[in-house]
Design a protein around this ligand. Sequence first.
Ligand SMILES: [Zn+2]
Length: 108
Amino acid sequence: MEKEQEQRLAMNEALFRDVNERIREISDTFGQKDATYDFLCECSDPECAERVVLTSAEYEHVRAVSTRFVVAKGHAMPEIESVVEQAKDHVIVEKEGEAADVAIQLDK
Ligand SMILES: [Zn+2]
């Protein structure tokens, strides 16, 4: 895959991650500890509107590693990431190569 395309895909995912981070912040403020929330699928498709259900703590667990993202089942892209954990309705992927560099740079 072209370096530029790989960077663009990684940036889409980082954008979804920012939105999810807000959801988690709000859930921490108002929600209950073990309640589940609808997070956006963080796959590289900018048109994707799929939701994944996680508790705030589960999402925090994904966020603990800057190169990890949560995506809906079947949305992982083997060219730029590998599946590290499988859950009922979602998988946790870890970026590789160029995509990992972008993910680290954009993590706040
Ligand atoms: Zn998706």
